[in-house]
Design a protein. Structure first.
Length: 367
């Protein structure tokens, strides 16, 4: 989930966006909790009047880029979904399919120079299917559906089609079944580089709103080992230093909202290094307890609706980084939320599915 480094994402956001003025057709970037920006039966929030929405194009008006298999080629889109026809502006949303070496979405043949030489990936694409407000793409392992009316999405994937399976361009499986320590694992995520200048020192509140259901989590891992294998559903943000005059400029860390882990209903708070595989970033990760979002944890098949102000936790994450010797030359005004991704990480052999009805990040600026 963390393959694009904080530094790259920070520089990307700074270079492309200097404000928060460009919106999708029919969208509003700010307003009050009482405004009908989405149907009342879909989205609820505890944010007070005067908030600004940080996420752009929440109904996929500009489409979705589909990224490659790992951090060697995540920036170049492998495919695009355009629910309303091709747009002049590049999509804000991206679908990450990291670690899928057999069943990936690719619109045309592609070759990449990687650590083991040149690898030729063959086209693997089916045209999106529209059914009412839903746009769906699917292959043997994964089904991804987008709701263009509400901004919701569904992520279903059976990674038995990946673990222990030899790709056509290789001589052996890239990931074993069961997964071994240090091997990669599949990720299926929706992500966005946040264009708004969401700097921690310039806001007084940050409301993380989501409605979701984990619909399936079936464990098919042989020789299951809880230290190596699980299925996780998380919502993660990168926070980076954007002060060009700081020695920490471009450096960052991850702020993680874990929502579901097959191994435990209550996911404890954590502070760790992003590691466990060759492509890990090595950046620090500050993870909340999932009860900060969902009291009592998450059960499969139950719908959850959350609207939580986590600004104090955001500040605490920065203070924890400084206590560990990071960003000591920075202030909250130097630190910006740059990107977000949400979805599945599957270091175990699982068959999983979830529906997110909506996600939103609303913030209140200082007066």
């Amino acid at each position: 989930m963390k393959k694009l480094t904080c530094q790259l994402l920070s520089l990307l956001c700074i270079g492309l966006f200097s404000g928060c003025s460009f919106l999708g057709p029919g969208e509003s970037g700010s307003g009050s909790a009482s405004e009908d920006k989405t149907p009342s039966w879909v989205e609820k929030t505890n944010a007070p009047d005067g908030y600004t929405e940080a996420l752009f194009d929440r109904r996929y008006n500009y489409g979705v880029n589909i990224l490659g298999l790992n951090n060697y080629h995540t920036v170049l889109p492998w495919a695009k979904i355009y629910p309303h026809g091709e747009q002049e502006l590049d999509p804000y949303w991206r679908l990450a399919q990291w670690g899928y070496y057999n069943n990936y979405f690719l619109q045309k043949d592609a070759s990449y120079t990687e650590t083991n030489g040149v690898i030729n990936y063959t086209k693997n694409w089916t045209e999106p299917v529209k059914d009412g407000d839903w746009i769906t793409i699917s292959n043997k392992a994964s089904t991804v559906s987008l709701n263009i009316a509400t901004g919701g999405f569904k992520l279903y994937t059976d990674v038995r089609e990946e673990y222990g399976v030899t790709p056509p361009y290789a001589t052996h499986p890239i990931i074993s079944n069961p997964r071994r320590a240090g091997e990669d694992w599949p990720h299926l995520l929706m992500e966005q580089a946040i264009p708004c200048p969401l700097t921690l020192g310039d806001i007084t509140a940050a409301y993380f709103d989501i409605a979701f259901t984990v619909e399936k989590a079936e464990n098919h891992t042989p020789n299951y080992n809880t230290s190596l294998h699980t299925a996780q559903f998380s919502w993660i943000f990168t926070i980076s230093c954007v002060n060009r005059f700081s020695p920490s400029y471009g450096k960052g860390y991850f702020f993680s909202l874990p929502l579901y882990d097959y191994r435990t209903k209550i996911i404890p708070a954590s502070f760790m290094v992003d590691s466990g595989k060759e492509s890990a970033t090595g950046d620090m990760m500050y993870g909340l307890c999932n009860e900060d979002m969902v009291k009592g944890g998450v059960e499969v098949g139950t719908r959850y609706e959350c609207s939580v102000n986590l600004y104090e936790q955001l500040k605490a994450s920065f203070e924890r980084m400084q206590a560990d010797g990071n960003f000591n030359n920075c202030t909250l005004s130097d630190m910006r939320i740059n990107t977000t991704n949400i979805g599945w990480e599957l270091p175990g052999t699982f068959d999983v599915g979830l529906e997110v009805e909506y996600i939103s990040l609303k913030y209140i600026e200082k007066e």
